[in-house]
Design a protein around this ligand. Structure first.
Ligand code: CA
Length: 672
């Protein structure tokens, strides 16, 4: 999560508060930009260790780094960048979980024409400008005890179909694959055989094709391990229907870092003790939100809850409060039928005393390598304690900045995130990139309003992407409603930046695809908020309530029985749902659609050839409808009924007159 959401503007993060850490991060970013311009990625590595040293030493080292970078323009202009991290990189062939081998692009030996996308400490993003030069390549020196077939996925961003080749020591049976022109992708590249021993895996540019590609990594999984892997992924998924049916929720990036309208912020204890939970619950109820996503950490890593593992890691309780405010909010919302999730930020780049306990590797930002075992162990201790503490009152975890975790033992982390209840949702923010792991349920959706995109769930679906970068994740959008994600500086104002029609449009589109939207709302430390935003949310509540959740069933649906002589007409290009209809020319022929819900709409075209139809609901005659029209009109509501008892029903239509009777689709309503 960035302030504002686009990391391209991430330098504005540092305007929030120029604490020493932020100031230093800013400096290191500037230095890295210099190295990027010189195209000497390896030299950037020299600067990174300085970030974690003491302040005086760091400034001196950074200065030396700049000089070295400038000097090196002349001295080493044609030097390729050597492999970072383990060399050779030994494949673990004994692990039965977390056994995806990740080859980081930035860690590979590569020519200097490619650069790291640097968004500042401690994020590691990806390499850019691959296939921009004819000699671009990545080489990983790897070692395997046993030769095997490996399935390969590529995390990359391409606007064009670019043929690429992965090879082992330049052998005769390389793996050729092509990028898809869909932007970020987790591309199934196919299978390559890697013999036992030490070998060079090489991914080379295609000199015959121009195409500027961002690439983060290759993920390799032994083909014989793939069935078990897929079973574990399937077992991990929860896809809770309460979430896909929620339509919208509220996100609050609110915590002890927040300021009142004027004046200073409070201490952690005073903040926690001063919060009025019933007042907050009343506010949430007024918005009509089905759920709340609450940030337990963000601009500072100070938890408004007595989390003992944090105290143990710190050796004191400066970062936790005595009052369990988080637990009280969770319980109060749940008792009002409002689901509760936590947003979690690692605090690495915003809380220096917390960072100091993580043994964070200085190599990570620029190469994606380094030992992060202390960080992961700490994370597991904290997250599993939070999870256990709140149990079923905590419905989900949204983990920000997954770029700080990847590559990660995501199966282990996912199990920790489920401590206390096996049904908790898990989400990792890969921002604009493809999903960083299959061991999660829900798209984080930063800056996304639920618009259809490559692989989106179909209308009436459960929201789960069927293809593309987010395949296997349930859709979800999360965005700012006002100027920022939260109140992180003194004397802030809140300015509403959406309107009701816009919000309603997003929700209508997203909800028919099973995608829920999280409106991030700012709140001053004293729990006051912008009335203009509240007015929109209140109006949204009544507007959305009149649009109950529904599913669309096409004329080809198996729950529709056709009796008589019916003909399918598809590829009609006439505006029909799914471009097809089913029709009969014989009086007495009938359709009967069985559904479960509280209402149904019968959708068909009107046309000069169409005539009258007798409609029955649960075998009781309702009325005769007429589908005659001088012109062809697709998607006409010929009959609709609501307010049925929630359960199984049938709607039947019998052709009575005219040349033709048609069925295009049915809409099933699930709420009164
Ligand atoms: Ca149709």
């Amino acid at each position: 999560m960035n302030f504002p959401p686009c990391p391209l503007s991430s330098s504005r993060v540092h305007n929030l508060e120029l604490k020493p850490m932020n100031a230093m991060a800013l400096m290191s970013q500037k230095v890295s930009m210099i190295t990027i311009k010189t195209k000497f990625v390896s030299l950037s590595v020299l600067h990174a260790p300085a970030i974690l040293s003491n302040r005086k030493g760091r400034i001196m080292l950074l200065g030396a780094g700049v000089l070295m970078a400038l000097f090196s323009i002349v001295a080493f202009a044609d030097t390729d960048v050597p492999q970072s991290g383990a060399n050779p990189l030994v494949f673990d062939q004994t692990a039965t979980t977390d056994n995806v081998v990740v080859l980081m692009a930035a860690a590979a030996e590569h020519n200097p024409g490619m650069t790291v996308a640097n968004y500042g400490f401690p994020k590691h993003m990806w390499m850019t400008k691959f296939n921009d030069n004819t000699n671009d390549y990545f080489k990983w020196n790897v070692s395997l005890a046993t030769g095997a077939d490996y399935h390969v996925w590529a995390l990359l961003n391409s606007k064009a179909a670019v043929p690429l080749r992965l090879s082992v020591d330049g052998q005769a049976a390389p793996l050729d694959f092509s990028t898809r022109p869909i932007g970020w992708d987790k591309l199934d590249a196919g299978v390559i055989n890697i013999p036992a021993g030490t070998h060079i895996l090489q991914l080379a540019a295609n000199p015959g094709v121009s195409g500027n590609i961002d690439i983060k990594s290759l993920e390799l999984l032994r083909e014989s391990d793939k069935p078990a892997y897929e079973t574990r992924v399937t077992d991990f998924k929860r896809y809770p229907s309460w979430f896909s049916n929620a339509k919208y929720g509220l996100m609050l990036q609110y915590g002890p870092w927040g300021y009142p309208k004027t004046g200073d912020r409070k201490s952690l204890e005073d903040f926690a003790n001063g919060f009025d939970v019933p007042r907050f619950v009343d506010m949430v109820k007024a918005t009509g939100a089905s759920y709340v996503i609450w940030s337990i950490s963000l601009i500072t890593y100070q938890l408004a809850a007595p989390i003992k593992s944090v105290d143990d890691i710190m050796g004191n309780s400066t970062l936790t409060s005595k009052r369990d405010l988080i637990g009280e909010i969770a319980a109060a919302l749940q008792s009002n039928g409002i689901h509760f999730c936590l947003y979690y930020h690692s605090g690495l780049n915003q809380q220096p005393d917390w960072l100091a306990k993580q043994n964070w590797p200085s190599t990570f930002t620029l190469t994606g390598t380094g030992d992060r075992s202390t960080f992961f162990n700490n994370w597991v201790a904290v997250i599993s304690e939070i999870g256990s503490r709140y149990g079923t009152n905590l419905d989900g975890f949204f983990f920000d900045d997954a770029c700080n975790y990847y590559p990660a033992p995501f199966e282990r982390l996912g199990a920790a995130a489920r401590a206390g209840t096996p049904n908790r949702m898990v989400s990792w923010n890969a921002w604009i990139a493809a999903r960083y792991t299959d061991f999660q349920d829900v798209l984080f959706g930063e800056g996304y309003h639920g618009e259809n995109q490559f692989g989106s769930s179909s209308v009436g679906g459960n929201g789960v992407f069927t293809d593309g970068p987010q395949m296997g994740l349930m859709g979800h959008g999360m965005f700012t409603t006002e100027g920022s994600w939260g109140i992180g500086r003194r004397n802030s104002t809140i300015k509403t930046q959406i309107n009701l029609n816009q919000a309603l449009g997003w929700i209508k589109n997203a909800s028919v695809h099973g995608v829920s939207l999280s409106f991030c709302m700012e709140m001053w430390e004293d729990q006051s908020y912008a009335q203009t935003t509240m007015d929109i949310l209140t109006a949204l509540d009544s507007a959305v309530a009149s649009h109950p959740s529904y599913a669309i069933k096409n004329n080809t649906d198996g729950d529709i029985k056709y009796s008589g002589t019916w003909t399918v007409s598809s590829g009609r290009n006439a505006g029909d749902y799914n471009d097809d209809i089913e029709s009969t020319a014989t009086n007495g022929d009938a359709f009967e659609f069985s559904f479960t819900g509280t209402g149904v709409d019968y959708i068909a075209p009107k046309d000069a050839a169409c005539g009258s139809v007798d409609i029955y609901v649960d075998n009781v005659f309702k009325q005769t409808v007429n589908a005659t029209s001088t012109t062809y009109q697709p998607l006409q509501l010929l009959f609709g009924i609501k307010g049925l008892a929630n359960g199984s029903h049938t709607i039947k239509g019998v052709k009575k007159g005219g040349s033709s009777m048609a069925v295009d689709a049915f809409v099933v309503y699930n709420q009164p």
